[in-house]
Design a protein around this ligand. Structure first.
Ligand code: UDP
Ligand code: MG
Length: 332
C-alpha cells in the first residue's frame, strides 16, 4: 500500500465529465513541488455522464489518483464526507470539481497550515459568472446564519478549505445525516484562519445546485446550528398574547359602555393572521422533526458502488471493515 501522503485533495463530482481532467491537470500542476506528496480523491456522486470513466481513466495512469463511485446520487455534502472518510493524507483539502475554486489557492492553504493553523478556509471576495440572485441570497443567508447561531461560521465561505489531522479526526467522528459541512468544520474549533480568493466562473457544465437544493441546504444549515426558529414560536406567542389581552380589555370596555361594533372585519383579520402564523410555526417544527426522524433512522450517509483501489467498502464510513486510515487491531 502506498505511503501516507502529506495532502489529500477531495473532489466531489456530479456530472462533471468535462471538468475532471482539467481539474486533475491544474491540481497536480499547483501541488507539484509544494506538497511533499499528495493524493487526489475524486468522489463520483452517482453521475449519469462520463465522469466515472474520466476518473477511472486517470486512476489507471496515475497512482496518486483514487476514485470512489456512489451507488446513486447522495448529494454534495455526502460526497465530501466520503472523500474525507477515505482520505489518507495528513491534511485534506476540499475543493469543487468545476474549477470555480482555483486549485492555485491550495498552496496558500498549505502554507497557513504549516504556520500552525489547523483549519484554513478560503473566503471568496468576488464571485464571477453567478447570477445576482445567487450572490444576494448567499450573502443574506450567511449573515442571517451568523446572527442566529453561536458557532463562529465565517461569511462567504464554501467548503473549499484545508483541515489538519486533528480537525480531520474530529470531523470523522461527526455522524449526523443532514450535513452542513462548512458549519461542522467551524464547530470543531482549533486554530482557524481564512485566505481570500476570487471565485471563478464554472469551467464547464451547469450548476448542480438548483433553487430547490439551495433552499434545502440553507434550511439544513439553520436547523443544524440554531434553535432560534423554534424559539420564534415562544416569542410570537408572548407578543400575540399580550396584544390580545389589551384588545380584550378594550372590547369589554366598549361593551360596558354600550358600544357594540359589527365585528366581521376584525374577526376575519385575526383568524387569518393567527392561522397563518400557526401554520408557519408548525412548518418550522416539521423541518426540525423531519431531521430528527432522519437521525433516528440512522441510515448510512452514502453507499459506495466501487472504488478504483478497492479500499472502500459498500458502507464507506459505516463499514465493519477497518477504515484504511484507522488503527489496526493490534493498536498501531
Ligand atoms: N455536487 C455533488 N453532488 C450533487 C451536487 C453537486 O457532488 O448532488 C458537486 C459538484 O459536482 C461540484 C460541487 O458539488 O463539484 C459544487 O456544486 P456546484 O458547482 O453545482 O454548485 P455551485 O458552485 O453552483 O453552488
Ligand atoms: Mg460550482
Amino acid at each position: 500500500m502506498a505511503e501516507r501522503p502529506e495532502i489529500s485533495v477531495v473532489i466531489p463530482a456530479y456530472n462533471e465529465e468535462a471538468n475532471v481532467v482539467p481539474m486533475y491537470e491544474r491540481v497536480t500542476a499547483a501541488l507539484d513541488g509544494v506538497a511533499g506528496s499528495f493524493e487526489i480523491v475524486f468522489v463520483d456522486d452517482g453521475s449519469q455522464d462520463g465522469t466515472w470513466d474520466a476518473i477511472s481513466g486517470l486512476a489507471r495512469g496515475d497512482a496518486r489518483i483514487r476514485g470512489i463511485r456512489f451507488a446513486r446520487n447522495f448529494g454534495h455534502q455526502a460526497a465530501v464526507t466520503a472523500g474525507i472518510d477515505a482520505a489518507r493524507g495528513e491534511a485534506a483539502v476540499i475543493i469543487d470539481a468545476d474549477l470555480q475554486d482555483p486549485p492555485e489557492v491550495i498552496p496558500e492553504l498549505i502554507a497557513k497550515w504549516r504556520e500552525g493553523f489547523e483549519v484554513v478556509y478560503a473566503q471568496r471576495e468576488a464571485r464571477e459568472g453567478e447570477s445576482w440572485f445567487k450572490k444576494a441570497t448567499a450573502a443574506a443567508f450567511y449573515r442571517t446564519l451568523r446572527a442566529i447561531t453561536n458557532v463562529d461560521i465565517p461569511v462567504d465561505t464554501g467548503d473549499f478549505r484545508l483541515m489538519g489531522p486533528r480537525a480531520l479526526e474530529a470531523f470523522r467522528a461527526l455522524d449526523e445525516r443532514n450535513r452542513f459541512i462548512r458549519g461542522l468544520v467551524s464547530w470543531v474549533g482549533f486554530e482557524q484562519t481564512g485566505v481570500r480568493y476570487h471565485r471563478q466562473a464554472r469551467h464547464a457544465g451547469e450548476t448542480k445546485y438548483p433553487l430547490k437544493k439551495m433552499v434545502r441546504f440553507a434550511i439544513d444549515g439553520i436547523t443544524s446550528f440554531s434553535f432560534v426558529p423554534l424559539r420564534l414560536a415562544t416569542w410570537l406567542g408572548f407578543a400575540v398574547s399580550a396584544l390580545a389581552f389589551v384588545y380584550i380589555l378594550v372590547v369589554i370596555g366598549l361593551k360596558l359602555a354600550g358600544i357594540n361594533w359589527p365585528g366581521y372585519t376584525s374577526l376575519m383579520a385575526s383568524i387569518l393572521f393567527l392561522g397563518g402564523v400557526q401554520l408557519i410555526m408548525i412548518g418550522i417544527l416539521g423541518e426540525y422533526l423531519g431531521r430528527v426522524f432522519d437521525e433516528v433512522k440512522h441510515r448510512p450517509l452514502y453507499l459506495v458502488g466501487e472504488s478504483t483501489d478497492h479500499t472502500v467498502g459498500v458502507l464507506g464510513r459505516g463499514s465493519s471493515r477497518p477504515h484504511p486510515n484507522g488503527p489496526k487491531p493490534d493498536g498501531t
